[in-house]
Design a protein around this ligand. Structure first.
Ligand SMILES: Nc1nc2c(c(=O)[nH]1)N[C@H]1C(S)=C(S)[C@@H](COP(=O)(O)OP(=O)(O)OC[C@H]3O[C@@H](n4cnc5c(N)ncnc54)[C@H](O)[C@@H]3O)O[C@H]1N2
Ligand code: MOO
Length: 392
């Protein structure tokens, strides 16, 4: 059995970045990382643009101007203005080349054919210069940039429709167990509803991984071998839940061995999630997570998360950690370090009931896990605790 920190460093050193590119529609590239610099095909803004509703002026020494026309957003007009002349203009409209400032309308008295501005105005005020954000041919976003909603908006504002990004991993979710019944079906005696696959699917979607295939196997050795073979052959990452413990019907370990998956660790000194397995076959990583749902999800956040971030070449491989002050008392049994379901709010931490690895009823309320080191037996009110913040 290895320690949590050893297990984390083994995952870090064996997980790999996917350096293959794929070409994607910009609007579908949210969460991806650019695999090459993106140059701007246009100046942004593409013309000198008014930042206000008001009047574009060709400045002179006087406060009175002759009004000679109007330019609305979208108009392809470029009226010539002599010094002392103005045009009515609106936000987003092209400022005529001959205008050198825009006065907002609140500071202008309109007299019909003339206007009076209330004070003198600086050159170029309220005019967004041509190419202020980026110029034609310059790098708009660098290789390695994560495409946030703002980045997607920015690329589209430059007219860019497709980008090259690092491809995301193909992921297999494999559930095992004779006792599992699909939610929506009748629950007969001895059976439970299968919740791990959709729970992990939801955690993956939440982290913007969408290329996921779900496999289901019964507690049958041959079926486990053939299903895991397909899952390992066809995916970059395989997440298995259940069947990894020591019972006669736990076939996952034996199947992975026969499939020549190289074991990097099996069993971690932690609670929940002791029987966690991590291995590789060629470049495919395999995590066999415990079947107990809270153990599976905890291992997902502490270990699988690292492999996912590494695939995408992200800098922060682990979930953010912080410290908080406990508002609860918790007594630990045994000497394994423990991850505790908790609610973190503004520096205060409530450690919840229902810490058993089979229990999701309080995990459902948690936004954090408290890490309780092995040597600690009690967390008391007002103790400082180490907190892992879960994704929303
Ligand atoms: N003799 C020992 N028994 C057990 C040990 C041990 O060290 N010695 N470890 C215990 C610990 S700790 C854990 S955790 C579990 C892990 O067992 P498995 O990973 O083999 O998981 P299963 O036995 O298949 O299932 C455990 C539990 O979870 C439920 N489950 C499984 N899959 C799903 C699913 N897809 N959706 C919802 N619930 C699921 C399953 O019905 C069981 O109740 O082993 C202990 N035993
Ligand atoms: O590791 Mo198990 O998840 O403690 O119950």
């Amino acid at each position: 059995m290895i320690s949590i920190s050893e297990a984390i460093s083994i995952v870090k050193s064996n997980s790999t970045t996917l350096l293959e590119s794929c070409y994607k529609l910009v609007e579908k590239a949210g969460g991806y990382i650019l695999s090459e610099d993106v140059k701007s095909p246009i100046n942004m803004p593409p013309f000198r643009q008014s930042a206000m509703d008001g009047y574009a002026l060709n400045l002179h020494d006087d406060l009175t101007y002759q009004l000679i026309g109007e330019v609305k957003a979208g108009d392809a007009l470029n009226p010539p203005l002599k010094p002392g002349e103005a045009v009515r203009i609106f936000t987003g409209a092209a400022v005529p080349d001959a205008a050198n400032a825009v006065m907002m309308q609140e500071k202008v008295e309109n007299q019909g054919k003339t206007i009076n501005i209330v004070h003198q105005i600086d050159l170029e005020l309220n005019i967004r210069p041509l190419g202020e954000q980026v110029k034609t041919g310059d790098i708009a976003l660098k290789k390695g940039t994560k495409l946030t909603p703002a980045a997607i908006g920015y690329l589209l504002s430059l007219g860019i429709t497709h980008v090259n990004v690092y491809r995301k991993p193909k992921i297999a979710l494999v559930t095992t167990g004779n006792e599992l019944v699909e939610p929506g079906q009748d629950l007969t005696y001895g059976k439970i509803y299968e919740s791990n696959s959709k729970m992990l699917l939801s955690a993956l979607y939440n982290l913007k991984f969408y290329d996921i295939t779900t496999y289901k196997v019964e507690d049958d050795y041959k079926q486990t071998v053939s299903t895991l073979k397909a899952a390992v052959d066809e995916n970059d990452l395989v997440l298995i839940t259940g069947g990894i413990s020591v019972g006669e019907y736990d076939f996952v370990g034996k199947a992975l061995k026969i499939l020549e998956v190289k074991e990097h660790f099996y069993k971690v000194a932690q609670k929940p999630g002791k029987p966690l397995f991590y291995g590789k076959k060629e470049d495919t990583q395999i995590f066999a997570l415990p079947g107990n749902p809270a153990a599976a999800l905890t291992c997902f956040y502490v270990y699988v998360y690292i492999a996912l971030q590494q695939f995408m070449n992200r800098e922060a491989l682990e979930l953010p950690r912080t410290e908080g002050i406990s508002r609860s008392t918790f007594k630990k049994r045994g000497d394994r370090p423990q991850f505790l379901k908790a609610i973190y709010n503004d520096g205060q931490v409530d450690i919840l009931e229902g810490q058993n690895s089979s229990m999701l009823h309080t995990f459902a309320l948690s936004n954090a896990l408290v890490f309780m080191p092995g040597e600690l037996n009690v967390i008391s009110e007002n103790d400082k605790v180490n907190v892992i913040l879960l994704p929303n």
